[in-house]
Write a protein that binds this ligand. Structure first.
Ligand code: TYD
Length: 137
């Protein structure tokens, strides 16, 4: 799994003078069944989230309100994405280390996930993650 497989997904947007509408269907706009939804909110200024990779989990990360940055790292290269629109999602495949920072005031980070929460699916130690990729000696 590499950074090349992670991408911004341009979600459908039904524009309407009464207010816009965006929808997301599993196995259509995201390449997985949606098994879990969670969200980060009330993030204090300067806080950082993430700091882990997942063995199997795939995710779509959306800035539902406000903005924040997601730094993705596949053990070889890093890329920073700035999310600030509720109709763009960042697809993150498994085995990608991620850090979230630069949260604006009032930001809400919505995450659609391919599996239920499982702590055993996490790499929380960067060296252990690199070892699993066969990248550090
Ligand atoms: P974590 O995934 O480390 O948060 P983030 O990546 O956003 O910084 O999760 C933080 C805590 O919340 C951790 O104790 C596990 C718990 N948690 C759940 O119980 N269920 C969930 O679906 C998620 C995402 C986290």
């Amino acid at each position: 799994m590499t950074l090349a497989q992670c991408r911004i997904v341009d979600l459908p947007k039904i524009t309407d003078p009464r207010g816009n509408l965006t929808f997301i269907e599993g196995n259509s706009h995201v390449p997985f069944d949606i098994k879990r939804v969670y969200y980060l909110y009330d993030v204090p200024g300067g806080a950082e989230r993430g700091g882990h990779a997942h063995k199997d989990l795939q995710q779509l990360i959306i800035a539902m309100s406000g903005s924040f940055d997601v730094v993705l790292d596949d053990g070889r290269e890093k890329k920073r994405f700035h999310l600030n629109r509720s109709y763009f999602g960042l697809y993150v495949c498994n085995m990608i280390w991620r850090e979230l920072d630069n949260f604006s005031s009032g930001a809400v980070c919505l995450v659609l996930a391919s599996n239920a929460y499982s702590e055993s699916d996490y790499y929380r130690d960067y060296d252990e993650y690199l070892q699993a990729l066969g990248l550090n000696g």
